[in-house]
Design a protein around this ligand. Structure first.
Ligand code: G6P
Ligand code: MN
Length: 441
């Protein structure tokens, strides 16, 4: 099978390649084509891959159609505007007094405004050049980008995120169960979902976990939200819900932080790519540098949120290994290619799973995957508060897609002002002006 990785010069691409090298199952990927608009990044990442192994052939190109031709699977993992764009997405809202974060709040809307048009163009090229390919979308904000792409590709685009599977894994361990053995119920939108069931051989583990103080203190989401709030909710929220449930505390922590995550990564990533390009002819050295940089990135991930919650514990060793980002993608490809029914938490069209949301709205939910694609499994209806939040955020996502595709300043204003973490047309207007968007009215 042939895999095209769009955003092939991305820092986390070697995680995917490492997973492919370790795959000795049927229908494995034998050839990878990396596509990126930046030839320097392509050279660096190709060098990291060369040091990892050679049993999966690697090609690199800056020509999108060439990368897509003949692909069975396409991973789309781009960062439109690069890490510099992220710095601005986080800085501009913070300066206006609201949260500045990569995918949540005003930052996520600004990022979506930039990403959607580019993702749509990729979808159109896939439809033209590789109409039989499955697209796995990693590009953030993953829910809204997947929804935009699904207008072109229908069920052939599936969005993924490592956050829900990470939550399942951490919760299972905290409950004393093997993550590979547990069943799970999870639903919501991307970066806005809830784990409402965790079972082992049919036995529900969640109430016992929520009642167990020590078990809750043993994993990240348990410490982030605290036993009291988790018991009141009766579910385990995705880590990104921390920005909603603790909006004042997370905003204060972001303001107090020495620098934003984006600013840290801009420095770290620019430093990495520059130094790596200078030593690109020594793949082993580039690989060692990549590994050091990756570990530092994982160790510091979510530091603001953890600071806001007063959580000083180091991250789980499994999260430091990459957290499962690549494993979700591999499991998804394998399930489609081998038609072996597999349950995964994915971003797909709602299709009646949550009656409160439109059928073509992309949601993040447990799916059964086979050769025909990812099919959401029925879920217990979420509560009013969860449904309300999802509806509100879906309205934000749709207004963002509208603004990104039409350029409408009114839609952009709606997208920002309707976001519960912005919550003001005046602030939304300031943010749009500062981000260089034409202002309406
Ligand atoms: C998690 C999320 C991704 C997000 C990433 C940010 O993996 O699921 O959607 O992009 O964290 O990590 P970073 O190291 O870039 O802050
Ligand atoms: Mn994610």
């Amino acid at each position: 099978m042939r895999l095209a990785i769009i955003g092939g010069g991305g820092f986390r691409v070697p995680l995917v390649y490492r997973a492919l090298l370790g795959d000795d199952g049927p229908a494995r990927v034998t050839e990878v084509t990396l596509h990126d608009t930046d030839p320097g990044r392509l050279r660096v990442i190709a060098a990291v891959l060369a040091a990892q192994g050679s049993s999966v052939r690697v090609r690199a190109t800056t020509d999108l159609d060439q990368a897509l031709a003949g692909a069975d699977f396409v991973f789309s993992a781009i960062r439109v505007g690069g890490v510099r764009g992220r710095v601005e997405d986080e800085r501009v809202p913070l300066a206006a007094g609201v949260l500045g974060q990569e995918t949540v709040g005003a930052g996520g809307v600004l990022y979506g405004l930039r990403s959607v048009p580019v993702a749509l163009r990729i979808a159109e090229r896939v439809a033209a050049v590789a109409p039989g390919a499955w697209v796995i979308n990693f590009t953030n904000p993953a829910g809204m980008v997947t929804e935009a792409m699904s207008a072109v590709l229908g069920h052939r685009v599936i969005g993924i995120c490592d956050s829900p599977v990470g939550l399942v894994r951490r919760a299972a361990r905290a409950a004393g169960a093997d993550p590979a053995e547990v069943g799970f119920g999870y639903t919501g939108l991307n970066h806005l979902g809830w784990l409402h069931s965790l079972t082992l051989h049919g036995r529900e583990l969640l109430p016992g976990l929520l009642a167990d103080e020590a078990a809750l203190a043993s994993f990240e989401e348990g410490r982030l939200f605290g036993a009291r709030w988790l018991r009141a909710l009766g579910t385990l929220p995705n880590e990104y819900l921390h920005y909603y449930y603790f909006r004042r505390e997370t905003l204060a922590a972001a303001r107090d932080a020495r620098e934003t995550r984006g600013a840290f990564l801009a420095r770290q990533q620019d430093g990495f790519f520059e130094a790596a390009l200078a030593e690109v002819d020594s793949p082993e050295r580039v690989h060692a540098r990549w590994e050091r940089t990756r570990l530092e990135r994982e160790e510091t991930y979510g530091a603001d949120a953890r600071a806001a919650a007063g959580d000083a514990a180091p991250r789980d060793s499994c999260d430091l290994d990459g957290g499962g980002y690549e494993q979700v993608a591999l499991a998804l490809m394998r399930a489609i290619a081998t038609d072996r029914a597999t349950r995964l938490i994915l971003n797909v069209r709602n299709a009646g799973t949550l009656p409160g949301l439109p059928p073509d709205a992309v949601i993040e939910t447990v799916c059964e995957v086979n050769a025909q694609g990812a099919h959401p499994v029925p879920v217990i209806s979420p509560g009013l508060a969860e449904t309300g939040l999802m509806l509100q955020l879906k309205a934000v996502e749709r207004a963002t897609i509208d603004a990104a595709t039409t350029g409408s300043p009114e839609a952009a204003l709606r997208a920002l002002a309707l976001h519960p973490l912005v919550d003001s047309p005046a602030t939304a207007g300031h943010i749009l002006a500062a981000a260089g968007w034409p202002v309406s009215g």
